[in-house]
Design a protein around this ligand. Sequence first.
Ligand SMILES: Nc1ncnc2c1ncn2[C@@H]1O[C@H](COP(=O)(O)OP(=O)(O)O)[C@@H](O)[C@H]1O
Ligand SMILES: [Mg+2]
Length: 252
Amino acid sequence: MWKSYDELEVLKGVSFELKAKEVKVIFGPSGSGKSTLLRCINMLDPPDRGEVYLSGQNLMEPRINLNLIRAKIGMVFQHFNLFAHLKAIDNVSIALRRVKSLAKEEAREKAFKALERVKMTEWADHYPAQLSGGQQQRVGIARALAMEPELILFDEPTSALDPELIGEVLQVMLDIAKAGTTMVVVTHEMGFAGAVASEMIFLDGGLVIERGIPHNLLTSPKSERVKHFLKQIDILYGRHEELLKESSEENK
Ligand SMILES: Nc1ncnc2c1ncn2[C@@H]1O[C@H](COP(=O)(O)OP(=O)(O)O)[C@@H](O)[C@H]1O
Ligand SMILES: [Mg+2]
């Protein structure tokens, strides 16, 4: 797909396919078009050109019902985007009521089940301001899960968190990935990518520079650009190769 903002070409022909239950990781430098790509997939900001299909349905179709897309594609944001005036449980149930038109009790029940999956039932009646960043993000994930979407998009879900809170969110993401959730995840958490991604895509300047299975991409990248980028991540996050080893050990 292609996307420009005025003169600025942000996506210059990015294309990929995702099967059910697959996890795809997108990474790359700031400004490379990662968030734009996600917004093009869920039609929050449709591409100028290209095609987006979800289970055989063309989302670019002019008469497509946007509510249907909201129901089928979940989104988890970097800054959680919870409603400050709503308790955790209501943050999760509100879309069930509004988009899926569920009755109050049924929405609450489903919301509670989603909070269970992210281990947040104890905090159901707390407001976002009373929760840590990691807890808020787990509510954000529960909100997406509760809709039972066909696909969940994650836009750097851990990059606004203090380091000690990242683990709890990654653990939840690992759990739901292993449970068969179809996910596109923009992240620089290479341990997570190594553990569950079927493919990693490195984006730079709106183009796919390199793609491949995590093992190949993380241990023997072909392009200098990716090598350089992974070195920078090494400095920031520790050694990704060891993370990769650990996560594949855990998978055995
Ligand atoms: N709504 C917008 N209007 C104008 N420019 C935008 C808009 N959204 C993103 N951009 C620009 O597009 C480029 C890619 O942005 P983005 O997709 O957010 O990158 P990333 O998520 O990889 O950091 C950036 O140069 C950004 O300034
Ligand atoms: Mg972004």
